[in-house]
Design a protein around this ligand. Structure first.
Ligand code: PLP
Length: 439
């Protein structure tokens, strides 16, 4: 097949299919990768400072993952964990994941969206099992994202994502998030008493807590990259516990050492009732996701004689499970969490040095090796940055892959990235911004 970015019959997610005027759209057509680099069909090397979709956490092309996948391919390729069927590979993965997280049971699926749908079903089934089936509402946070399936789209806290496709349902509700730079309750970080948590709680009170099955949160929202204070989590978690509302922690993007702890719930000192994982679970090599429950949740379901109402053809696929097991070996072989902290601090320092005083830089923030630069048109008024598209092009022209959307640059390179390359990422961001803004 010709390696060309010309005509393609592919429909690409989140991408306008055609401009309707016959113009051929240029796609980034990648042909190979290695560690923090990806190479396009013209032989141009890009620094992958977004780990593709935040999933290639330990660097592209890990030989041990390829070997594990090949070995499993030659042994047994397709036995789903459905209808009483099992494989040692999937069982072993469940064992390893529970060991790492302290959770009790695991359902394996194939995407973050699917893992969150399973989490929603489990939360509602749990409430039914304890005799309160009317508790069905799933609460999520403004600016959050939990997937693109029909069941997870309504959880997204963006108006754009709630438009086509998302079912209108009273079983979902949004509450204010914690976003200090643009505080949803108009407070200033230096003097606030975390009123945004109280505001979220007040919204749940207004909904009536006895109708709410669960709250789902991303510890750090991928859209804004803002780490809420530990107290924010505590206040919400205490409220949920008091009212029997489950806490679903979506670590699809945050998990596996990225934020400076193996799991984000450890960093923020919260205990999820249900935890979802995906993305880095196979280092991006194959689809895999996990929904994990605590012993308390599991026991309630077991006592109620629960039979899951979910199960998809490839769930628990042994080849994908083998990729995940090899990834967990990589995770456990090194102190990646400390490395994420070290590289994150270095990136933060370099970004501040490069663009900290730039008139369009509103805030530089983040945690571990997940960093955000929020751009503004005017620092005093914090008005929306007007040149996101032009900046995205400048970044690409400088052979740098980052997420650049809505005036926010999210930088999350693989944790294996050498520190000189971390510096280079900051230089390229600075050069692209200066070129876009002309200052
Ligand atoms: N949850 C979070 C926090 C995510 O960032 C994403 C994807 O970006 C998802 C869920 C959905 O995962 P997937 O794209 O694998 O369906």
């Amino acid at each position: 097949m010709a390696e060309s970015s010309q005509f393609s019959r592919l429909i690409h997610g989140w991408t306008q299919i055609d401009d309707g005027k016959g113009a051929t759209r240029e796609f980034d057509d990648f042909v190979s990768s290695n560690d923090f680099l990806v190479v396009d069909c013209n032989g141009i090397e890009f620094i992958d400072a977004r780990s593709m979709v935040w999933n290639v956490a330990f660097g592209h092309n890990q030989p041990s993952i390829s070997a594990a996948v090949a070995a499993q391919m030659n042994r047994l390729t397709s036995v789903p964990t459905l209808d009483g069927q099992a494989t040692a590979t999937a069982r072993c993965l469940a064992e390893r994941l529970t060991g790492l997280t302290g959770m009790s049971r695991v359902y394996l699926s194939l995407s973050g969206s699917a893992a969150n749908e399973v989490a929603i079903t489990i939360a509602r089934d749990y409430q039914t099992a304890i005799g309160i089936p009317e508790r069905r509402v799933i609460v999520s946070l403004k600016l959050g994202y939990h997937g693109q399936s029909i069941g997870t789209l309504p959880l997204a806290g963006f108006s754009g994502l709630q438009m086509p496709g998302a079912p209108e349902s009273l079983d979902y509700a949004l509450v204010p998030n914690c976003y200090c730079y643009r505080c949803p309750v108009g407070q200033a970080r230096e003097i606030c008493n975390i009123e945004c948590a109280d505001s979220a709680i007040a919204r749940i009170e207004a909904l009536r807590p006895d109708r709410v099955a669960a709250l789902i949160i991303e510890p750090i929202q991928g859209s804004v990259g803002h780490p809420p204070p530990v107290e924010w989590f505590k206040r919400l978690a205490d409220y949920l516990k008091k009212h029997g509302i489950l806490l679903i922690v979506d670590e699809v993007a945050n998990g596996f050492a990225r934020l400076g702890n193996n799991f984000a719930f450890e960093a923020f000192r919260i205990q999820p009732d249900v935890l979802t994982l995906s993305k880095a679970i196979t280092n991006g090599a194959l689809p895999m996701a996990a929904t994990l429950t605590t012993a308390e949740v599991t026991n309630v379901l077991i006592e109620a004689g629960w039979t899951p109402s979910f199960g998809s053809t490839q769930d628990g696929n042994p080849v994908c499970a083998a990729a995940a097991l090899a990834t967990l070996d990589i995770l456990e072989a090194e102190d990646w969490a400390s490395r994420a902290q070290y590289l994150g601090k270095r990136l933060d320092k370099m970004l501040r040095r490069e663009i900290g005083n730039h008139p369009n830089v509103g805030e530089i923030r983040g945690m571990g090796l997940f960093r955000a630069v929020e751009l503004v048109q005017n620092r005093a008024t914090r008005s929306a940055f007007k040149k996101t598209e032009a900046l995205a092009k400048e970044l690409k022209d400088r052979r740098l892959l980052v997420r650049c959307d809505g005036g926010i640059i999210i930088i999350a390179p693989p944790l294996s990235t050498p520190h000189e390359v971390i510096d280079e990422i900051a230089f390229r961001v600075g050069a692209a911004l200066r070129s876009t803004s002309g200052s």
